[in-house]
Design a protein around this ligand. Structure first.
Ligand code: ADP
Ligand code: MG
Ligand code: MG
Length: 352
């Protein structure tokens, strides 16, 4: 019997378009002899729209963004939404290919838990803790993982005492520093600041995306990443390095320029790799992750590591870092997808 996969993509987040690209790639890679693919599109305004079962790979993103005529009110018809069809019952596995808030942050995962459906990737806790950079860093700090200095603010706190906020950043972190929305990804809303006026602008910008922001000490370092795959016994991929041609790895560099070099495996020593692997697996376990995670690090010229973040639903096109890391570790893209589907089933079975 074929495994019925409900593919959830799009999403009400700044990363909607990235998710669409990923959905195309995953559909193309899924073996239609083994899998039935049922697309579920979430529009940028948050409508959930179920498409017909896909009998062939799509070649055009427009085919994946269904017209509003079939739109369902947001998750209200969830039981129906998660039936493959009336005859064949619920999906075997949901694959939430969603990045950022309302997708990667535990909200959709919570819905799937309530529906008692197996789903690919991280659970509610890891997803939400991993989405909020402040919470994530607090957990890592508790676990003794090395990190740059950071501080954070909520919008109203800043609005009431802006100068206090800027002074705190200058006193505790200095320049350069990075200002980021606490709950986002793909570098959206992130600025590097070298002086007070840039800091003021950066706060304003980041607060457009979130009511909470994080500010970090800026480091000059190589960016080294590793993929972690598994449930209770996670494994670590080879390391990869990203070399942005720009000031930092911003949204454009990630998705538009094609100018960023990915070096896999990264040129690091065996000792450095072993340190990386230990930290990546530790980060995975400390946040109680499952399925997959991409763990991102900074490595300074002096050989000092800092963990930057983990991503609980990392970029997942065949040209994204996570799948490429696994390819170099010996797991090809279609195999990787199957592994994730099996890990989802395994985790679900263990919960019962
Ligand atoms: P996102 O979740 O959006 O990817 P990141 O925290 O990874 O956010 O930041 C995006 C990019 O900004 C990083 O890949 C790196 O290039 C740069 N960056 C972020 N924080 C720092 C920092 N503290 N020091 C130096 N560069 C940073
Ligand atoms: Mg991220
Ligand atoms: Mg990042």
């Amino acid at each position: 019997m074929k495994t019925k996969i409900g593919l959830l993509y799009g999403g009400k987040s700044a990363e909607h378009d990235v998710s669409m690209q990923t959905a195309m790639a995953v559909i193309k890679a899924l073996d239609l002899e083994k899998f039935e693919i049922h697309p579920i599109y979430i529009s940028t305004s948050g409508e959930w729209i179920k498409g017909q079962q896909l009998l062939r790979p799509v070649t055009n993103i427009k085919e994946l963004a269904f017209s509003n005529t079939e739109a369902l009110p947001q998750a209200a018809l969830a039981p129906d939404l998660f039936q493959a069809s009336e005859q064949s019952g619920p999906f075997d596995v949901i694959f939430p290919l969603l990045h950022g808030p309302n997708g990667e942050d535990g909200t959709v995962q919570g819905l799937l838990e309530l529906m008692n459906l197996p789903y690919v990737g991280n659970g509610v806790l890891a997803s939400s803790a991993g989405m909020d950079k402040v919470i994530m860093k607090n957990v890592f700090a508790q676990a003794g993982l090395p990190q740059v200095k950071y501080t954070w603010f909520i919008r109203s706190e800043w609005e009431n005492a802006k100068d206090d906020a800027y002074n705190k950043v200058e006193n505790e972190l200095g320049y350069p520093c990075f200002v980021k929305p606490a709950n986002l990804g793909s570098s959206v809303g992130i600025s590097k600041c070298s002086n007070r006026s840039e800091l003021e602008r950066a706060f304003k910008e980041a607060f457009q995306f979130d009511r909470k922001i994080i500010i970090e000490e800026g480091v000059t370092a190589r960016e080294i990443e590793a993929g972690v795959l598994g449930n209770d016994y996670p494994e670590c991929s080879v390391a990869g390095e990203i070399v942005p041609k720009k000031e930092f790895y911003d949204y454009k560099a990630k998705y538009e320029d094609g100018n960023t070099a990915l070096i896999i495996p990264a040129e690091i020593t065996e000792t450095e790799y072993n340190e990386l692997k230990e930290m990546a697996i530790k980060a995975f376990k400390e946040l109680d992750c499952s399925g997959l995670v991409r763990a991102d690090f900074f490595l300074t010229r002096e050989g000092k590591w800092y963990i930057n973040e983990i991503n609980t639903m990392p970029g997942f096109t065949p040209f994204s870092m996570f799948p490429l890391l696994w390819k170099h570790t010996g797991v090809e893209y279609p195999q990787l997808i199957e592994k994730l589907v099996n890990l989802a089933k395994e985790r679900h079975a263990e919960k019962q």
